[in-house]
Ligand binder design. Structure first.
Ligand SMILES: [Zn+2]
Length: 364
């Protein structure tokens, strides 16, 4: 993989220099990796320290990337790390920046992409300092590229501001800040504005996704919850004013965790399910036996309605306010009738047989 032993030694030397410049603690260099205690741990780790070195700087074909496997902070360049340090410490890192730019090398490493896309979720649920994170990125409406993208997807300025959408210029992503019910910030989920981008959705700052529901901080207990899958379905609902009717909540994917189900149940609110009209959405709604789908899990605790898609529509993005209101009015209360033998056989034969059972197992 490496062209020469000398080059490898050179990279190890460079990593050692980087560790010295950044004053990293407990550091060791091995191949393309420098491991150390996380320099952000004072602000981002549970006990304010990282005694088990969980932070790494890696040499890649992009340059030097960093990643903390504990707090989840990562970036493709050391400049982003310096920026974070400046925000947290309030001091200037110009000297370090200057010294780091003098460290250069070039070689193609294949591993960085795979490595950097590993989803790291913080297990300890500590909120992030909002005053820092919400100023790290610019408001999405203020930047032409992201505003054009939002307008193209039917997102209004009012919705963009209400949801506090941000834009990451380096990665060209619209960032959705994710808050808990108290309004504490836990990270961002970012959607690439180019459909050519391989990784359409990328999470930031170690977002503990399995614990989070997007929109939870807006919940108004006098209205039902409307559950959708994706970021833009959620932003669309706010853009058409659906929040006057209900509390839009996004699962941030078509799958759901037990933690999300428990959170939803604990609201004791009427639930409406509006997952995408495709196989993944139907599987999440009904499960593979009707019992382990989200509809049934919620229906055990609270009245749960499943919205039936009208002909020709398959995504909440396509609905107007009036259409949504009518669909909610005509949605059927979910409960399970005993499964027939034929149902079980059909399901075993093919998962595509779902659709014809939706209506049958949904309603009185
Ligand atoms: Zn860390």
């Amino acid at each position: 993989m490496f062209q020469s032993k000398n080059l490898m030694l050179d990279i190890e030397q460079q990593l050692t220099n980087i560790g010295t410049i950044l004053k990293l603690k407990n550091k060791s260099v091995d191949g393309i990796w420098l491991r150390s205690s996380c320099p952000l741990s004072t602000w981002t780790h549970g006990h304010g320290a990282d005694n088990m070195p969980s932070f790494g700087i890696v040499a890649s074909d992009f340059g030097f990337g960093f990643h903390c496997f504990s707090c989840g902070h990562k970036g493709r360049d050391l400049d982003s790390l310096l920026y974070l340090l400046e925000q947290f410490t309030g001091s200037d890192y110009e000297e370090e920046r200057e010294r780091l730019t003098r460290i250069k090398y070039s070689i193609a490493f294949p591993d960085y992409e795979t490595w950097s896309n590993t989803t790291v979720q913080r297990e300890k649920l500590n909120p992030l300092p909002k005053e820092i994170y919400l100023t790290l990125y610019e408001d999405a409406w203020d930047i032409e590229e992201s505003r054009n993208y939002l307008v193209g997807r039917g997102i209004t300025e009012e919705a963009c501001k209400k949801l506090e959408l941000k834009f990451d210029r380096n990665e060209n992503r619209i960032l959705f800040p994710v808050f808990d019910s108290k309004g504490d910030l836990f990270g961002f989920s970012g959607r690439a504005i180019s459909d050519k981008e391989k990784l359409r959705i990328k999470d930031y700052a170690g977002l503990p996704k399995k614990h989070m529901l997007l929109g939870e901080h807006f919940i108004d207990k006098t209205k039902p919850v409307l559950i959708v899958e994706g970021l833009f379905a959620y932003a669309h609902l706010f853009s058409i004013g659906a929040d006057k009717l209900c509390n839009p909540i996004a699962l941030m994917g078509a799958s759901f965790s037990q933690e999300k189900v428990d959170k939803l149940k604990s609201k004791f609110l009427v639930m409406y399910l509006l997952l995408d009209n495709d196989m993944a959405g139907r599987l999440a709604t009904y499960g593979d036996s009707c019992k382990n789908g989200l509809a049934n899990l919620l229906a055990q605790e609270t009245p749960t309605f499943v919205i039936q898609w009208p002909e020709g529509k398959d995504d909440p993005d396509q609905l107007s306010f009036d259409e949504l209101q009518n669909l909610m009015k005509s949605a059927k209360l979910f409960f399970i009738k005993p499964l027939t033998k034929k149902y079980k056989n059909d399901i075993n034969k093919s998962r595509s047989n779902y659709k014809k059972y939706e209506y049958k197992y949904n309603g009185y």
